[in-house]
Design a protein around this ligand. Structure first.
Ligand SMILES: Nc1ncnc2c1ncn2[C@@H]1O[C@H](COP(=O)(O)OP(=O)(O)O)[C@@H](O)[C@H]1O
Ligand SMILES: [Mg+2]
Length: 340
């Protein structure tokens, strides 16, 4: 995979081309101090929150204010950097998208971090909710630090303008989501996206779904993108209409789901009946065929024990108090050891 392919799959590149066939979205450039804040491991405390005690002098966009733990034991005060100008732009965008948004960076959403959100969902209504998800997500960190990790060309990394993408929140039914692999501008393979579950309607409507996706691809996508190899995520709604959800590089950074990258890139036939498929110019369509094959959610490994979730969300304040006492005790022990 070439770096250029990754550059072309940025949201702000593909969205203007396919705007009429995807979910309404707004793109805001990420200020450098916000990027620094997102990459700073020390400040999990969420900025932009109304209920965090703020000292008046900290209300700047400079972004270099660190979290302060007050020495005064009775009133531990936490301050996180605030970004008032950026916050205002984000709120305006959220309002323009009817109040609820799905956040992304140039390529990825914080799908691996939904456990940390109070509602266990990626739905956001404020910048502080977006920050909490972004700061807890490995996928977001990868976008920021290693976007070209699987590229095999030696050219220097292209400069990236980081962007916050806010998409109008849409209740998507996972059984309606499919990933389409496009090679040399041909739709060669389609996989059920949520392959961990069995959806009976997919097996009963296999042909209809496949034809609808193929028609959508031919009419609205084929030859319109900058590359001839790419991966398309689509959604078929309850009326049967197909929408574009995301566009991804054709290569290892993108999960090949029910295929393997070796199969997709080798040029060999994808199934025994490939001859039939080729004759009818039909992509190979794979889906989970029975409940027996249902697998654990692929994001499970990103989750952490229940206790930590309670701590991070403040759902169980007593647990948090116990945890802080424990930490304090530990620190005191360390201090006495040092004195001795
Ligand atoms: N606008 C939206 N509203 C609600 N859920 C969404 C929206 N866009 C995407 N999703 C859900 O989030 C998942 C990941 O979205 P996607 O844009 O493909 O991000 P990524 O590239 O990180 O996988 C999708 O499979 C879909 O279930
Ligand atoms: Mg994607």
């Amino acid at each position: 995979m070439k770096k250029e392919q990754v550059v072309n799959c940025q949201f702000s590149v593909w969205y203007p081309i396919f705007k009429n066939h995807t979910i309404k979205s707004l793109i805001l450039p990420l200020p450098p101090n916000v990027i620094d804040y997102l990459l700073d491991d020390g400040t999990l405390v969420v900025s932009g929150s109304e209920n965090i005690h703020q000292s008046p002098t900290n209300n700047s966009d400079s972004g270099d204010d660190d979290v302060l733990w007050s020495d005064d034991e009775s009133t531990a005060t936490v301050t996180a950097p605030e970004f008032p100008e950026f916050n205002a732009k984000v709120l305006e965008a959220i309002n323009a998208l009817d109040g609820h948004v799905f956040p992304k960076l140039n390529w990825s959403s914080p799908r691996d971090a939904n456990w940390i959100a109070l509602n266990s969902s990626l739905q956001c209504c404020s910048l502080s909710e977006v920050f909490l998800l972004f700061k807890s997500s490995d996928f977001i960190t990868r976008d920021l630090t290693q976007p070209f990790i699987h590229c095999n060309d030696d050219s220097p990394d292209p400069a990236i303008q980081y962007e916050l993408v806010l998409r109008k929140w849409s209740e998507l039914i996972p059984g309606g989501e499919f990933r389409c692999f496009v090679k040399e501008n041909k739709l060669i393979a389609i996989s059920q996206r949520d392959y961990t579950q069995y959806y009976s309607h997919i097996s009963s409507q296999e042909d209809i779904i496949c034809q609808a996706i193929l028609k959508f691809f031919r009419e609205h996508i084929q030859y319109k993108f900058l590359d001839e190899d790419f991966v398309l995520d689509v959604y078929q709604d309850s009326q049967g209409r197909v929408w574009l959800i995301d566009l991804n590089p054709f290569g290892k950074v993108t999960d090949s789901l029910l295929f393997t990258w070796e199969e997709l890139t080798s040029g060999n036939s994808l199934t025994a009946n490939q001859a039939d498929n080729a004759q009818q110019e039909r992509p190979e369509f794979r889906y989970t065929t029975s409940e027996v094959t249902v697998q654990p959610s692929p994001c499970l490994s990103y989750r952490i024990p229940r206790d930590f979730v309670d701590l991070s969300t403040g759902e169980d304040p007593y647990k948090l108090i116990d945890f802080l006492k424990l930490k304090k005790g530990q620190q005191e022990d360390e201090e006495t050891e040092e004195e001795v």
